[in-house]
Design a protein around this ligand. Sequence first.
Ligand SMILES: Nc1ncnc2c1ncn2[C@@H]1O[C@H](COP(=O)(O)OP(=O)(O)OP(=O)(O)O)[C@@H](O)[C@H]1O
Ligand SMILES: [Mg+2]
Length: 274
Amino acid sequence: MNARGNGSGNGPAPNGSTGAPVIRMRDVHKAFGPKKVLQGIDLDVGERESVVIIGGSGTGKSVTLKCILGLLEPDKGSIKVDGEEVVGLTGQARDRINAKFGMLFQGAALFDSLSIWENVAFGLIQGRGMGRAEAKKVAIEKMGMVGLGKHVADLFPAEMSVGMQKRAGLARAIAADPEIVFFDEPTTGLDPIMADVINELIVHVVKDVGCSALTITHDMASARKIANRVAMLYEGRIIWAGPVDQIDRSGNEYLDQFIHGRPEGPIQLQVRAL
Ligand SMILES: Nc1ncnc2c1ncn2[C@@H]1O[C@H](COP(=O)(O)OP(=O)(O)OP(=O)(O)O)[C@@H](O)[C@H]1O
Ligand SMILES: [Mg+2]
């Protein structure tokens, strides 16, 4: 368990959403040419809260994440991390913010030419300048947290199953004790049983590390398992947000259509016959 005082004068929140959010997005807009993708995103992630953004393909979930990570710059709006405005930050200032983050990429995205422990320790060695021996110790400890034994440390990704690769990706995401972990479609490409194992693991690991989590997914089973709070993205805005136990009685017809996967409803499919 880590102390989560941020030392930045923002006053660490005593618990969850009662304090200042660790991520606060207000009126965030992003367009690509004429295509308006984000059209006023408002979203908070509280300390130790697990927020899941759901929404259909192409609605801007990944763009939202990229704006927070600084990979894309919003056209308008504010994104605060621990109370600090991060839109427009570059170089070392951006690196300092991103050092608070851990990320599990879609498909785990491990480096093929590095062993599992080297993958897990990558950010510690490259980003923090930790010595290899110490980094290996930390990597093996984090691997243990996700159910990967010492004996797989020297294997290469190609020698592991997809589920084990996901575990390794998760160990890498938490290797540097992040304040906030991002999960991009954590269950895509997994069979339902393995998906459930990974969902469980995410819940436990987030709790053990004591971090906040922001996940994007269109897998409702995953959202139900991982989330404290769910936010639905549609036409560039968060059209509904609330505790996960309220999603079945939200009274929101867009959310209802999405969670039940109904073809009929207010959500217009952006699919045209060729
Ligand atoms: N760099 C870019 N340049 C131009 N258009 C982009 C760029 N990045 C994303 N888009 C467009 O923005 C829209 C939203 O994309 P995004 O990847 O955020 O969707 P998503 O909600 O993550 O979808 P999926 O569930 O399929 O991953 C899409 O229409 C996409 O084509
Ligand atoms: Mg995406």
